[in-house]
Design a protein around this ligand. Structure first.
Ligand code: ADP
Length: 151
């Protein structure tokens, strides 16, 4: 069974994330959405809330599972038997950053491959950071997040 991990903060999940998950679920037998839970990071939404939104979003897709983890991503991959890490690329600056992480992960766990998926052009500008900013300023986020995200 080909299992892939899609790690991230998903604070909150956006249309960009959801699109990467939908597109890659055709490539793998099982997609684990790994919600990073870093105790030194301040999140806008609780782990429970972030998990519920993603579960609701993919409840019709039996390949998608949602889990949280802390610690090294490659260690979580091993625990879940995932040999692939999926990352979305929005821009060349995403690539610079992601390439470093992928190379370090390759050194730590040579059996695990990172798979980069280019973002759909319409979603290039969508980031969870900007979505949180819009929420803080009472704007509408309906064009940037899946319908399951209800505030
Ligand atoms: P992190 O905290 O690791 O940056 P995010 O939840 O912001 O986590 O992102 C998780 C993954 O989703 C990353 O690979 C990121 O590049 C990708 N991603 C984020 N926004 C988009 C988008 N609009 N389109 C495609 N991929 C995206």
């Amino acid at each position: 069974m080909k299992t892939a991990l899609f790690p991230g903060s998903f604070d909150p999940i956006t249309l960009g994330h959801a699109d990467i998950i939908t597109r890659t679920s055709g490539l793998f037998d099982r997609i684990i959405i790994g919600i990073g839970n870093n105790t030194s990071k301040q999140y806008m939404f609780s782990l429970k809330q972030r998990t519920e939104w993603i579960r609701k979003c993919f409840e019709q897709n039996p390949k998608v599972e949602v889990h949280s983890y802390s610690g090294l991503t490659v260690e979580f991959c091993k625990k879940m038997n995932a040999l692939y890490i999926i990352r979305g690329l929005r821009s060349s600056s995403d690539f610079q950053y992601e390439q470093n992480i992928a190379q370090m992960n390759k050194s730590l766990a040579p059996e695990i491959e990172t798979v980069f998926i280019p973002c759909r052009p319409a979603y290039t500008a969508i980031t969870s950071t900007i979505v949180r900013d819009i929420i803080r300023n009472n704007g509408s986020i309906v064009s940037f997040v899946p319908d399951c995200v209800v505030l």
